[in-house]
Design a protein around this ligand. Sequence first.
Ligand SMILES: Cc1cc2nc3c(=O)[nH]c(=O)nc-3n(C[C@H](O)[C@H](O)[C@H](O)COP(=O)(O)OP(=O)(O)OC[C@H]3O[C@@H](n4cnc5c(N)ncnc54)[C@H](O)[C@@H]3O)c2cc1C
Length: 439
Amino acid sequence: MTERCGQSMDRRVAALLAMTENGYRNGRSSRAPVSVSECTMPKTVAVVGSGPAGLIAAERLAGAGFAVTVHDRMPSVGRKFLLAGRGGLNLTHTEPYDDFVGRYAEAAPFLRPMLDAFRPEDLVDWVEDLGEETFEGTSGRVFPRSFKASPLLRKWLARLDGLGVRFALRRRWTGWTPEGALRFEGPEGEEIVTADAVLLALGGASWPRMGSDGAWTTILAEKGVPLAPLRASNMGFDVAWSSIMRERFAGEPIKRAFFSHAGRGLRGEAVVTAEGLEGGAIYALSASLRETIAAEGAAELRIDLRPDMAEERIAERLSAPRGKASQATFLHRAAGLSPVGIALMRESTGGPLPAEAKALARLVKSVPLRLTGARPIERAISTAGGVMFEAVDDGLMLKALPGVFVAGEMLDWEAPTGGYLLTACFATGVRAAEGITGF
Ligand SMILES: Cc1cc2nc3c(=O)[nH]c(=O)nc-3n(C[C@H](O)[C@H](O)[C@H](O)COP(=O)(O)OP(=O)(O)OC[C@H]3O[C@@H](n4cnc5c(N)ncnc54)[C@H](O)[C@@H]3O)c2cc1C
């Protein structure tokens, strides 16, 4: 399991010092990655999962002198990370730190120490240190200037290569042998791998075509690891649209509206889909919408189509004579409503719109839409549920499986889009690497 200090010690110390001066320069970590006098650290680490959580852990561990192999079932690394890059790769967010941590809701107390040690600005520094420029969008979201993940991943892999990290791709982890070795299904059949420590960074269950399919839940459940069921997070919802709505408005954005549910709301954007609604504002409310649908069979979303205009003012404008204009033209001229906004109002009443200006204005300010189901996890941006916090120690080692650590989206937290997902994947990956280092 461990080795005595030998020739590799010099290499480890040198790497450790380099790490302290370089890698940890931006880390703001109060936890030393490893004690120089320590001779009992694990020598080999098997990282399973080549997403951001697994790769940052591999970087930290290889930098500290461990022999790291990253295994993945896919033929290439970081597929979901690359997919995230198609949307611009929102790395993190610059809002005040306490607000940032608050986005993790019930998981915030658990994640805070890890985020304290790897803060949003540390992620930005790390990206820039790799030679990728970043910029802050108007909303405080931070992106690479390239708006892509591929240049970043390429540079990251070059760094990992320089650190001696090895990759074993097309290897699906299937569990353990009775002796405790890792079992993989590879191109040539079963492969058995032993390592001094294991990091599972297998992701959630969204977009399984990208690699993370949640099959690990069965394996860990059998080992007695407490798990919360995997659920879609940051996903769209079903609405029983009329055929007119589906045919004419699918793909139309609902812009600059205020979306609310169960006393929580936000200004943002959504998109009408053939099945219902999706988009940033919907994702932000997805956890409470999902829970309401699970408990009650449906959830009511309210949309204020003119959040900048008071109801009285809208009523006043709508009481002007309509003349020969069609209702849609009148609503557009008088209240600035878009065709999709008017269509949403019609869908909500299921019939004609109220004739009276005050009732019409009330509807503009609060269009009720009944959401009847959540879109499947396969199409969700992320996953809620997973390894429960009580299942791990401070270094993210599974209490039921000493020597096995977990990181990233497979842990039981969820967060809205806005860079919170990647930041927590990085922060937990860094923490797991520290846990392994101190193991
Ligand atoms: C469309 C889309 C856009 C997104 N955009 C953003 C964004 O802009 N900002 C943001 O913060 N987040 C975004 N995310 C979320 C972000 O990509 C994920 O939260 C993040 O990739 C999770 O990292 P991870 O390392 O935990 O897992 P993953 O990236 O899912 O990696 C897990 C790896 O484990 C491998 N694996 C799984 N099971 C096995 C097994 N049995 N054997 C071997 N290997 C296995 C998989 O192949 C995979 O490579 C987006 C997600 C999607 C789907």
